[in-house]
Design a protein around this ligand. Structure first.
Ligand code: GLU
Length: 514
């Protein structure tokens, strides 16, 4: 019966400013799982933590996910992305957002009355209670428990000491209150997690969770599970940090008499030193990777592999989004933490860059060139598409991210190369020999026609002229063209620079010996 139900999953980010890599992984797995099973994928917004709310983050979150090609079919959308659609309503909270689908609202701050209705029901049924404890009392209690090396759990003062009459009086006097969930004592709660298998929890170790905060907003625990129920969510895919909350959620489902969805808790993301992935050790915001010029295909591919692979013995590492849809299975998600390895991301990105045509690479790379100082100050010809495409053709196999374009080959853009004369020297060659070899290069290059001015043409002619003394001819030539200790080959550099500029640079090198 359950299996025949249409699969419905949701991504439930909190608008706190940026999309964390871990959140992207959750969204991606939601997407893959829904797609693979022809299910629905819903995007809803968990904005009940007003302290952490950052203006504009809902919009930028939607943009980032859309840019990455992760699409959902229900929930919140940007006005500009979907202009006309049946049953769409304008979000009350976010002016540029539309809510589309029959199980909304999809923004938690618009549902406060709904949550209140349900929490009142829990209170009436004896599953939740008013707590009027002052923050000072709670803090003291917590500190005392910690000092005694006990878990800092609420002592249930209000459950045992506040009568119905007190409650009514306090409410009439507008006393500040929260509503707490009553956790049963002495019970073992068991569940089957799709990633972790059987999990067990002892309710004696679970705090009486606050469900409704004193500001009238629900906590995650209440709001999230009510949404999931109302939205008909069949599978909850979320980070492992929520695993300890699972028994609370299962109890809430029990209290309401609702069937709980299936749960899959995704492994933690770790720094290479196996500590929890943190900002201190690198970027954790997806937007930072987008800004640095990681391709969407690479980001998706890399994030998919954070805690999943297609199974034992499989060595494939490059997957397109549609291949991922085909191969993804929640059962293959790993239990152990997944290490965020930037080197691997760079490798994957480089693989995708290599597959781009020069025109595509140019279209994507131009904005990164435009941010560079060496580009801003370059002459007009060096900003032309033909020139930049040649630079990119040389860099294609060496780039791990688009923001690196031109970075290691700034000499392409310089008008007057500045370098030390001694850099031109190959081994023990003296000045006279150096001048001679540069003059030889100049003569050879002068003789190459414009039609033959290709990487291959240049390589063939120059290699022939080296007469087995490659270094003597090619090192001074390469330095004359680049002014650099390390660079691509002189054939590639001369090809990019063109005949006139190459000859000019060689002449300038020759002048150094006068
Ligand atoms: N807002 C929660 C988060 O961002 C959602 C967790 C869940 O998917 O239930 O972690």
């Amino acid at each position: 019966m359950d299996d025949a139900k249409k699969i419905r999953v949701r991504f439930a980010p909190s608008p706190t400013g940026y999309v964390h890599i871990g959140s992207l992984r959750t969204a991606l797995y939601d997407y893959l799982f829904a797609k693979k099973n022809s299910g629905d994928f819903i995007l809803k917004i968990e904005d009940t933590d007003r302290k952490r709310y950052v203006d504009g983050s809902v919009e930028s979150l939607i943009k980032s996910l859309s840019w990455l090609g992760i699409n959902w079919n229900e929930g919140v959308f940007l006005n500009e992305v979907i202009s006309e659609k049946n049953n769409s309503i304008k979000s009350k909270t976010y002016p540029t957002v539309l809510e589309i689908g029959g199980s909304g609202p999809y923004v938690q701050s618009e549902k406060l009355e709904i949550y209140k209705k349900y929490v009142d029901q829990l209170v009436r049924d004896g599953h939740a209670y008013y707590c009027f404890c002052e923050p000072e009392r709670l803090e003291k209690m917590r500190n005392d428990l910690i000092a005694e090396k006990k878990a800092p759990m609420y002592d249930r003062y209000c459950l045992h000491n506040v009568s119905e009459k007190d409650i009514n009086k306090n409410l009439k006097n507008n006393c500040r209150y929260t509503i707490r969930m009553k956790i049963p004592q002495g019970e073992i709660i068991e569940a089957q997690d799709l990633v972790r298998g059987k999990v067990k929890f002892n309710t004696d170790l679970i705090d009486d969770q606050i469900l409704l905060k004193s500001d009238g907003f629900p906590t995650y625990h209440l709001a999230n599970m009510i949404d999931d129920h109302e939205m008909g969510i069949t599978h909850v895919i979320r980070g492992e940090e929520w695993l300890p909350s699972l028994p609370k959620h299962l109890l809430l489902y029990r209290y309401f008499g609702w069937q709980a969805p299936k749960f899959a808790h995704l492994p933690l993301l770790l720094n290479p030193d196996k500590t929890k992935l943190s900002k201190r050790q690198g970027d954790v915001a997806v937007e930072d990777y987008i800004k640095k010029g990681y391709l969407k295909e690479a980001i998706i591919n890399f994030v998919a592999l954070l805690g999943w692979n297609p199974g034992a013995g499989e060595t494939q590492e490059i997957f397109s989004l549609s291949e991922l849809v085909q191969k993804f299975e929640l059962e293959k998600v790993h239990k152990a933490g997944a290490v965020f390895d930037l080197k691997k991301l760079n490798w994957i990105n480089a693989e995708y860059i290599k597959k781009l045509s020069i025109d595509d690479l140019y279209a994507k790379a131009l904005q990164f060139f435009e941010q560079k100082e060496f580009f801003k100050t370059a002459s007009a010809e060096k900003k032309l598409p033909e020139f930049l495409k040649k630079v990119l053709a040389v860099e294609l196999d060496r780039l791990s991210k688009l923001s690196d374009v031109g970075e290691n080959n700034q000499f392409f853009f310089a008008d007057n190369l500045v370098y030390e004369k001694k850099l031109l020297r190959w081994k023990e060659m003296n000045d006279a020999d150096l001048k001679k070899t540069l003059e030889k290069s100049k003569a050879i290059l002068k003789n190459i026609s414009i039609e033959n001015w290709t990487k291959e043409g240049l390589e063939e002619t120059l290699m022939e002229a080296t007469e087995d003394k490659r270094g003597e001819l090619l090192w001074p030539l390469r330095v004359a063209l680049t002014g650099a200790q390390k660079s691509p080959s002189p054939f590639e550099v001369a090809w990019v620079l063109g005949k006139t500029e190459s000859l000019k640079r060689i002449e300038r090198a020759i002048d150094l010996f006068d």
